[in-house]
Design a protein around this ligand. Structure first.
Ligand code: HAX
Length: 443
């Protein structure tokens, strides 16, 4: 069998040739335009990035290389006796663009096992942090503490031809993904389990081993982690974590620098941190109502109070999606199978029955439906992972698969440093006046 690196090159090299043709022969064709509202409005809907690994349809949700989640659940290889797809397979699909065989997936599991060793200095850097430091801050610092081992940075320093840099990117990406579960588990155990660290179990796949290193050996939790690591991996290129990783990488920063930057974006409450906020919000609601399961009327009242206080309802809304997130649905199906009577899970479902109408009635929320973060915490809590400040780290470990596969593509395609043009409000005002015929426009 050819190695993953060779398979990637076999697929990506002809694509790089095609892309050069697109730019040379059709580079002047426009694929979108930008309004003033979009320039001020977070560039929503501006089509100005190319990301190969996945794409997001507002109505149908995420497609990884064209495959929706239900199809992936069927078609990606599973652990022996397992029901959920192995994230190794999704990584293969995103990197190579084809469904993997069992053998391809085994190759990746083996590679990540071999590359998972972490230098003691990285653990020392984490030990130097106050244990109260937010897990996402620790995670980002843990990634940065490994940067000295970047073979990409070394290759650049050694003057490697830029056409060959993708090979070093691939090596770093494989090393980094292999090590992330250990870093994350180390942070978890240090912060929440009196620093009782657990050695990896090399018989397990990447996601199950991650669960094991955090002290969870339950089959159900390991199945959840395989699903979780698969569905959080990528959401096309414009979201904050993916775009940041891509942007920083475009300066030929190595993947440690680029991914840590992306994780700092994932740590924002409107992005990945929403998964902890959802549980914090539900638990506060329960506490305010004296514990127990709130009625739908009580939930509706609490939602209205949240909105009246000028806060967002976490886990609802999306910048691109205009329907229930299929990642929410996949988690709901998992819960129906594994824990249909769990109280918190049932509260999550009651919230789903109540929130969309209320958000819709505000007249301003463009997508009143739940996103991925609305469900994930309740599943984790069911298995006893109750430290919700840690949830975004799980998201981050998974997100590595998509954004780092994309970095391999970026370097193989030879994409240049990213540098869009910004403008000023004075420029905008002059432009508006000129359009109205009031002044001659000068740039
Ligand atoms: N609760 C209350 N108000 C909301 C809302 C929500 N869940 N979602 C959107 N709005 C508000 C916006 O704050 C905005 O209000 P203002 O005009 O007063 O500023 C208005 O509705 C229009 O926003 P929008 O166009 O519908 O949404 P955006 O594209 O600007 O933002 C967000 C998308 C996801 C950031 C937004 O829906 C939100 O804040 N949701 C809650 C936080 C959340 O769940 N984030 C996770 C998103 C998924 C993700 O990235 N996961 O990692």
């Amino acid at each position: 069998m050819s190695t993953l690196k060779e398979r990637f090159a076999e697929k990506a090299m002809p694509m790089a040739e095609k892309v050069r043709g697109f730019i040379k022969d059709h580079g002047d064709l426009t694929i979108g335009k930008v309004s003033i509202a979009q320039a001020y409005g977070g560039m929503r809907g501006v089509r100005a990035l190319v990301t190969e690994t996945s794409s997001l349809d507002p109505e149908r949700g995420i497609r990884f290389r064209g495959y929706p989640i239900p199809e992936l659940k069927e078609k990606l290889p599973k652990a022996p006796g397992g029901t959920e797809p192995l994230p190794e397979g999704l990584f293969y699909l995103m990197l190579v663009g084809e469904l993997p065989t069992e053998e391809d997936v085994k190759f990746i599991s083996d590679e990540w096992r071999k590359r998972a060793e972490i230098s003691n200095s990285v653990f020392k850097a984490l030990d130097a942090l106050d244990v109260d430091t937010h897990p996402m801050t620790q995670f980002s610092i843990g990634v940065m503490a490994m940067q000295g081992s970047s073979v990409f940075a070394k290759a650049y320093r050694d003057g490697v031809n830029k056409k060959e840099l993708w090979e070093y990117m691939y090596e770093d990406v494989m090393n980094l993904i292999a090590k992330l579960p250990r870093i994350a588990a180390y942070i978890y155990n240090r912060k929440y389990r009196n620093n009782q660290q657990i050695e990896p179990n090399n018989d397990l796949d990447w996601a199950a081993n991650f669960a094991h290193m955090m002290g969870f050996d339950d089959d159900g939790f390991q199945a959840l982690m395989r699903l979780y690591m698969t569905i959080h991996a990528d959401h096309e290129g414009g979201n904050v974590s993916a775009h940041t990783t891509h942007l920083v990488g475009s300066a030929l920063s190595d993947p440690y620098l680029s991914f840590a930057a992306g994780m700092n974006g994932l740590a924002g409450p409107l992005h990945g941190l929403a998964n902890q906020e959802v549980i914090r919000w539900i638990l506060s609601m329960k506490e305010e109502l004296g514990g127990g399961k709130p009625t739908k009327e009580q939930i509706a009242q609490y939602v209205r109070e949240t909105l009246a206080a000028g806060k967002v309802v976490p886990g609802y809304g999306h910048a691109v999606l205009r329907q229930t997130d299929p990642r929410y649905t996949a988690q709901m199906e998992f819960a129906k199978e594994h824990m249909p009577d769990d109280e918190l899970v049932n509260i999550v479902w009651d919230i789903y029955d109540v929130v969309p109408d209320i958000l819709e009635a505000t007249g301003k929320v463009k997508n009143p439906w739940p996103n991925v973060d609305a469900h994930s915490g309740a599943l984790l809590l069911h298995y006893g992972l109750k430290e919700y400040d840690f949830y975004t780290v799980l998201f981050g470990v998974s997100r590595a698969l998509g954004v780092l596969a994309s970095l391999c593509w970026d370097r193989l395609l030879g994409l240049p440093i990213e540098r869009p043009k910004s403008t000023t409000s004075t420029w905008i005002k002059n432009f508006i006046d000129e359009q109205k015929g009031e002044t001659a426009f000068t740039d």
